[in-house]
Structures are given as C-alpha cells and as structure tokens.
Design a protein around this ligand. Structure first.
Ligand code: ADP
Ligand code: DP6
Ligand code: CO
Length: 329
C-alpha cells in the first residue's frame, strides 16, 4: 500500500447544456453512448470539489453541500474513486467535500460539473497527472455528460466504440456564436422524480422510436456543427430546439411513459415561440428536468430576460454565457 501525504486537492468544473443531446448508453458500465453529442459549458453553474486520500479513513466519506451522503449517492462516488484508485495503484480511502453551485438532480446537469470536478481533484490527489483527454475519459465513467465539462465553450463528445475512444473535444467558434446568451429558467429546484440514468435506460429499452433517434442524432450533430462554423444563429437555434423535443419524445413514447415538463415548462416554451413570432429571435432547449434554457443573441437578451422575469420572478431567471473548462484551486 502506498503511503499518502493526505494532500487535499480542489477543483472547479462548470455544468454544460446539451444542444445535441446524449440520451442512451450502448455500454452501461463503461458509459459508451449510442450517439455523439454537443454542448455549451456555462459560466453561472458549477461544482467545487476537494478530495483527500487519507490512510486513517476506514471508508470513503462523501459530503455534498455540507451533508454527509449515504446510499446510492455514496455508492456512485465510491465506484468512481475506485476507478481512480485502480489506475493509481492505491487502496487508500478518500474524503470528498463538494459544493454544488447549481441545483442537484434537477436537470441543470449537476452530474456533469460534479464528476468533471471529482475526476480532476480525485486523480490529482491520487498522484496522477492526466491529460485533458484522459480526464474527459475518466469523468465519463462517473456521468456521461461530465466528459464534456472538462472543456469550456462548445464541446463535442465523440461517442467512440470503447473506453479508449469515447471522450470529448472542444469545438472552436471564433465568431458571434461564441457569444450566445443562455437564459436559464429554474422553474423547479427539487430533485427530479426519475434520474437521467434510469430515464434514458427506459427510452432505449422501450421506445419504438429509439433507432430513429440514433439515426437523426448524426444529422443534427452535423447540422449544428456547420451552423457553429458558419456563425448561423438561426440554424443553431432551430436545430437545438428540434433536437431537444426529439429527445423528450423518447420519454413520452417509453413504456411506462413519463414527462419531465411541468406547467411552467410548457408556459415558458410557448412564450419563447411567442417572442420569436414578435421578432425577438430565441429558442429553447430542455435537459432531463423541467428547467428551460433559452438561447438568444446579445441584442435580444434584455427583452428575453425582462419577459421571463415578469412571467416567473427574478429568482427563477439566470443569465449565463459560455463558461470555462475544469481548473484547480
Ligand atoms: P442532473 O440533471 O443534476 O445532472 P442526474 O440525475 O444526471 O441529474 O444526476 C444527479 C446525481 O448526480 C445525484 O443524484 C448524485 O448522485 C450526483 N451528484 C450531483 N452532484 C454531485 C456532487 N457534487 N458530488 C457527487 N455526486 C453528485
Ligand atoms: C438530457 O450524463 O446525467 O442532460 O451518464 O447516466 O450520468 P449519466 O447521465 P447524464 O445524462 C444527461 C442527459 C441530458 C443530455 C445531455 O447532457 O447530453
Ligand atoms: Co446529469
């Protein structure tokens, strides 16, 4: 057994909003997706995590938002730490202290920022010095979407075929689209009734439309990448909205069927369409939860923020932009 210096390492990773969604695993244990996906890392939502490997601990200890975590949440972190331990050839238990600056399990991608931060802090605390590519592959094992939060800005997760080839890469947007505005509408801060993991499993195994999703995802990804490189906000927004609805169609068509939207989600979606009709160009996307993210350009951001502040109240409206990749404290 290696002797440890009990060094605590801290890292911050930001959440990301998927524009072309990841929804379904080909390999459940390695988290290899059926389709590639594309996201934007956000500046306003993040997780800060500190990891200490400590010989005096008899088990891993996990604290999230000042609460000790047991059960499934602990198991998920423990399993992830065990991947790190195996790689670092150590057996020491760890203390994980994490703070989410994002609602947990509400469809705002807490699992993405959480496992990206844990991958960075945990691997370094275990004495590993991983490249960004290896950090992305590692983060993926904790939560698929986490592999994209290693990088800032637009990020593509290339599905690959195995552990080695499935990781995220940054997508350059040296144009107006890198300045896209994301208005997050937090209509619900509480835990979703069905986790992303369970929900996508149900879609894969029971929705008759799943094979069509796999086909269309490739087309949508190619189209959004071309919209990003051509600085075409209209195409970018249209594809994002369409792809989000195609994903939610897989929950509506699952057996048993389920839906992540609540009434405020639907009202917000309608409002986006109405704004668009009135010449304020904006689009929505929604991950696995009722919270809506509205995409627009800088010139319309005040109108969009004002509209939703009036409709939902200021505490539910957060203006976000492109955010940075993972970094150490
Ligand atoms: P979300 O939409 O927030 O990503 P998920 O269902 O994908 O929701 O994931 C939520 C789960 O991620 C939580 O139940 C918990 O297991 C894990 N998680 C969230 N935040 C943290 C954290 N800071 N540290 C460790 N695990 C976390
Ligand atoms: C709708 O990455 O949270 O946000 O890999 O099981 O942890 P696990 O799932 P997760 O799923 C994210 C689903 C999504 C779309 C996306 O982020 O691409
Ligand atoms: Co998640």
């Amino acid at each position: 057994m290696t002797t440890w210096s009990n060094k605590s390492i801290g890292a911050i990773a930001h959440t990301n909003i998927a524009l072309i969604k990841y929804w379904g695993k080909k390999d459940e244990s390695l988290i290899i997706p059926y389709t590639s996906s594309l996201s934007l890392t956000l500046d306003q939502f993040y997780t800060e995590t500190h990891v200490t490997f400590d010989e005096s601990l008899t088990a891993d200890v996990v604290m999230i938002d000042e609460q000790e975590v047991n059960g499934q949440g602990w198991q998920r972190v423990h399993d992830f730490l065990s991947i790190i331990r195996k790689r670092a050839e150590i057996t020491t238990n760890a203390q994980v202290v994490s703070t989410n600056h994002v609602p947990t399990a509400a469809g705002l991608a807490s699992s993405a920022s959480a496992f990206a931060a844990l991958a960075a802090a945990g691997s370094k605390a275990a004495g590993l010095d991983l490249s960004h590519q290896d950090l992305s592959r590692l983060a993926r094992r904790g939560s698929g979407s986490a592999c994209r939060s290693i990088y800032g800005g637009f990020v593509e997760w290339r599905r690959g075929t195995d552990d080695h080839s499935s990781y995220a890469v940054p997508v350059t947007a040296d144009n107006g689209l890198s300045d896209v505005q994301v208005i997050a509408l937090t209509v619900e801060r509480h835990r979703k009734p069905i986790s992303s993991r369970q929900a996508m499993r149900l879609s894969v195994t029971t929705s008759p439309y799943y094979p069509t999703w796999v086909k269309i995802a490739q087309t949508d990804l190619a189209a959004i990448k071309s919209a990003i490189s051509n600085d075409d906000f209209t195409k970018f927004g249209e594809i994002s909205e369409l792809n989000a609805m195609r994903m939610h169609a897989l929950t509506l068509s699952a057996n048993p069927d389920f839906m992540y939207f609540n009434s405020e989600t639907l009202e917000s979606m309608n409002m986006v369409k109405q704004l668009r009709h009135n010449g304020i160009e904006c689009y929505y996307t929604i991950d696995a939860g009722p919270n809506v993210k509205v995409l627009c350009q800088r010139r319309h951001v005040n109108d969009v923020v004002e509209t939703f502040t009036e409709m939902l109240g200021a505490d539910k409206v957060t203006l976000a932009k492109s955010g940075p990749g993972v970094h150490y404290l």
